[in-house]
Write a protein that binds this ligand. Sequence first.
Ligand code: AMX
Length: 439
Amino acid sequence: MGYVKDRFKEIADQKSQEIKELIAQHGTRKIGDVTLAQVYQGMRGITGLVTETSLLDSDEGIRFRGYSIPELRAQLPKSEGGSEPLPEGLFYLMLTGEIPSLEDVDHLSATWARRSHVPNHVFAVIESLPSSTHPMTQFCVAILSLQTESKFAKAYHEGISKKEHWSYVYEDAMTLIARLPRIAAYIYRRKYKNGDHIQPDGMLDWSANFAHMLGYNDEGFRELMRLYLTIHADHEGGNVSAHATHLVGSALSDPYLAFTAGMTGLAGPLHGLANQEVIRWIEELQQNIGTLEPSKEQISEYIKKTLSEGKVVPGYGHAVLRKTDPRFTAQMEFAKKHCPEDPVVKTVWNVYDVAPAILEATGKIKNPWPNVDAHSGSLLKHYGLIEEDFYTVLFGVSRALGVLASLCWDRALGFPLERPKSITTEWAKQFVSESATAE
Ligand code: AMX
């Protein structure tokens, strides 16, 4: 076993013991009530999951193992001469709860580089799809086809003890993370660069190698990738991609199957696809007004038009957050340093100046503030990655870090099959009438 795996096991065993004691002593304690409205309205606010890797505060935003995004940007190891955190470090933190040293991060970079070889049949499967297929669909199909490599599925088939599940899931998670950049870059070069593929460079860190395989060797873009792949990695357990991965994994479907479920959810426009939608919306706005830099008044009118057509303003609102997403702020800071004069970036900032008040005035949108997707596309565009259909794939590569670290935890803690109770409307009506009679 590698030393990171040993360390993870040691920490997970301690946590497992703590959980046993917690349940034994306080297992009957109530932590909330559930209303009928919550059951009908997307289970908002119902606590029903344990996710060790991160916790979301509705006002403050995400904390990974207790660390906010500004703290992570300051404390996680960086590449030589770089100022953005290496996502390898965030993965180590999510897995162990400890801030890694530079050596730990280098160890993960080297491990992932060693495991990055993608079998040929995966490329053949991608090639069998029409190139017009959405990149997220290509990505999901490719991950599923990589399932042939699952060590967990093979070991389970041969018969292993429940106590060993975590070890095979860990191996699959590490291999899958190692291979995702190559798969994503292959899809990108196939769809947009005439199939002119770029071989990986095993000397680079995970993000820089991904940038290299996409065809971008600018140091600014590498830095953007390091930041991007760090901040999109995790957002506690209830979001669609994290929850779907956890749910499917609870059936002991292997990490390839479980992660594909998360990615098909990320492909939805109310979740990860929003970053593509934001850029589309801004481009339509620019075309509609006939200028690259519409004024705040023109932007305000366009927001009102979008709302009056019954559409959402992409990049704004959140199911849990109630303030500006710190992931938006981190990208804004990056843009202020690297590309403050870019017209799309300036438009993103102008939208930020006017949209919250207009959304708030509708009286129904609970969070009028921007989420992570409001900024990401403008930065990618700035460095020349203009193909917005591809943006959610980048999000997916990053999201693998959080949801697969969580899957390791799920199996290390021996979490059971997830199976909440559902009701019918007839049941609800009867429940309400019986409670009224009882009163
Ligand atoms: N523009 C217009 N209307 C919006 C809105 C927005 N940005 N955000 C919320 N609303 C509307 C909802 O559609 C809902 O309308 P309805 O009552 O007519 O159905 C009403 O306001 C109340 O919604 P809510 O409780 O504030 O939000 P929610 O928890 O139901 O949904 C979210 C959250 C993110 C789906 C929603 O804000 C939205 O659709 N935003 C735009 C898409 C987006 O940016 N998604 C990315 C989220 C982050 C991510 O996962 N990557």
